[in-house]
Design a protein around this ligand. Sequence first.
Ligand code: FES
Length: 53
Amino acid sequence: MRNTVGACQCGYTTDPEKNCNGTHKVVKAVKEDMAEKLAANGFPHAAEYVKNN
Ligand code: FES
């Protein structure tokens, strides 16, 4: 059984019917990882942007 909670809100779902299929969790993790690395390398503004967009 798929773990869906309705229509995707994040826009990154891989589901053909655009239902949430959990991809947003991956997106969030990737963004947080990216933001951390950007901040650590002297790009605080880029880090903020990645986190919020
Ligand atoms: S809200 Fe987009 S995959 Fe969950």
